[in-house]
Write a protein that binds this ligand. Structure first.
Ligand SMILES: [Zn+2]
Length: 501
């Protein structure tokens, strides 16, 4: 349950409301008003909210937390209005059977409130001054003088421009196991602006040796929630989204769309193919790794580069081909997944920065037992149905570009078409037909007149932005009137005005 109140919070009364015989733990967080903030003394605070919006969002956060942390009952109360030093601004109580559920649910709620609740805080200082505090800046560390990334910005390959590209980038990580944990830490550490984590699993004791984002406190809880919380502590400036569920054929494209790079840190072939196909379809580069015992493979798949996952494994592989390694019970050397996960992060960062990475169509084999690395060329199968489809798509795009090259004509080249060539300016309703150069005009919707003119010799269509004219010229050419062109760039330049008259 979530509540807003303008009266002082009474913790004893709230604790009573959470009393339940089956709850062995009551976890309470009290956020209080302190007398200083960022080196300035504070006299009192003021909270202002869009009540209805804040209530809805607060209820959603609490419901989400109870849903993720099965067995937790959450009560959260947030103050509005004027608060004095020492008063409680936010109170969160979680009743649960066990303490771990309580801690995890409580932390989830406070972190999400900080990010999502539409509530604003104004600080009043003892000298009478006051200011609204930007909660996101407070949560992050983007303030001037922040030297979090100073050491990598000093690299000429990155610099302030590269750092800005990283801050604007979106990266999806599928799988928060032995590969995903170190990859996520290094990506967040590099300053990637928005990381989305996908994993439907829960933290198990046998994960802790390799999955370095988790501690014993999170055993039994959803991996993505624990991972997101940990990453926010490390790198508060970045945005972290968590999807607590598996990647499926149904949600893959939605999750991949809009990402700059995708990391496949999953541990099974089914996910691997679904993710690979979504990335290829949407043209998002995919960095894939897999580990078996002491050895790992690293691949970067990019649309158009050839040599896709289907070339590598013609036909869907049988379940027994699933050698990915860090799946349940399979023997694996911990440092091998660590090294490969970090290598995935490095490739992703280079892709964002536009730096040269792993050669296309190359599989990098890394052996942690004998310390060797080997690069092998990925096969390109001539009969690969997926690559063939992509080739067709590429060919169609190129064909369209080539036909557009013949379609468009620069103003300077119009006179070369000869004296019989006519330039027609397409008008839209509301155009001022008395303006200079408007003599030879035809309304854009008058297709009959345009067809008539097109049948009569070389014709150049012009319009304000060059879009309508190109579309109409393309249509007339498709109807067999090959002498129709469109003026590149739209609105005819001054030099052509006389020609139009
Ligand atoms: Zn292929």
């Amino acid at each position: 349950m979530f509540e807003l109140t303008s009266s002082p919070i009474d913790p004893a009364a709230l604790r009573t409301r959470l009393a339940a015989p089956e709850a062995g733990a009551l976890t309470v967080f009290e956020g209080r008003v302190r007398n200083h903030h960022q080196g300035r003394p504070v006299a009192r605070l003021e909270y202002e909210a869009f009540d209805e919006m804040a209530r809805l969002e607060g209820e959603a956060i609490v419901a989400e937390s109870e849903n993720i942390h099965a067995g937790a009952t959450v009560l959260c109360v947030h103050r509005t209005g004027t608060l004095q030093i020492g008063e409680i601004a936010v109170w969160i109580g979680v009743a649960s059977a066990h303490r771990q559920t309580g801690f995890a649910a409580c932390r989830h709620v406070i972190e999400e409130l900080k990010l999502r609740l539409p509530i604003w805080k104004k600080e009043h200082h003892p000298d009478g001054a006051s200011e609204w505090v930007n909660c996101t800046v407070e949560a992050g560390s983007n303030a001037a003088g922040d030297d979090t990334h100073a050491r990598q910005v000093a690299l000429p390959e990155i610099g302030p421009g590269g750092q800005a590209r990283l801050a604007a980038a979106r990266v999806l990580i599928v799988g928060l196991g032995g590969l995903g944990c170190p990859a996520a830490l290094y990506l967040a550490g590099s300053g990637i602006g928005h990381l989305t984590l996908v994993d439907g699993g829960k933290v198990e004791r046998s994960n802790l040796a390799r999955q370095i984002l988790f501690t014993t406190a999170e055993i039994g809880g959803p991996k993505v929630v624990a991972a997101a919380a940990r990453l926010r502590l490390h790198h508060p400036a970045g945005r972290i989204s968590a999807h607590a569920g598996d990647l499926t054929a149904g949600n893959a494209r939605t999750l991949v769309a809009g990402q700059d790079v995708v990391l496949d840190c999953s541990d099974n072939f089914a996910t691997r193919f679904v993710l690979h196909d979504a990335c290829l379809a949407l043209g998002v580069p995919l960095v894939q790794a897999a580990v078996h015992r002491f050895e790992g493979t690293l691949d970067v798949f990019q649309r158009g580069a050839g040599g896709c996952l289907h070339c590598l494994w013609p036909g869907r592989p049988a379940a027994e081909l699933d050698f990915a390694g860090n799946c349940d019970g399979a023997p694996v050397f911990g440092p091998a997944v660590g090294v490969l996960g970090v290598m995935q992060a490095a490739e992703a960062i280079k892709l964002v920065l536009g730096l040269e990475g792993l050669a296309p169509r190359q599989t990098r084999l890394v052996n942690l037992l004998d310390g060797t690395q080997l690069a092998i060329e990925r096969p390109v199968r001539a009969d690969c149905p997926v690559c063939a489809r992509l080739d067709q798509l590429k060919a169609a795009t190129e064909q369209l570009a080539a036909s557009d090259a013949a379609l468009l004509i620069d103003a300077a080249d119009v006179s070369a078409l000869g004296l019989s060539a006519r330039v027609i300016f397409l008008t839209e309703p509301g155009d001022d037909l008395s303006a200079p150069g408007m003599a030879r005009t035809v309304p854009a919707h008058d297709l009959a007149r345009l067809r008539e003119l097109a049948a009569d010799g070389p014709l150049v269509l012009a319009c304000r932005h060059g879009l309508r004219s190109a579309a109409l010229a393309r249509m007339l050419r498709a109807e067999g009137m090959g002498a129709v062109r469109a003026l590149a760039g739209g609105n005819p330049p001054a030099g052509l005005q006389s020609f139009l008259r």
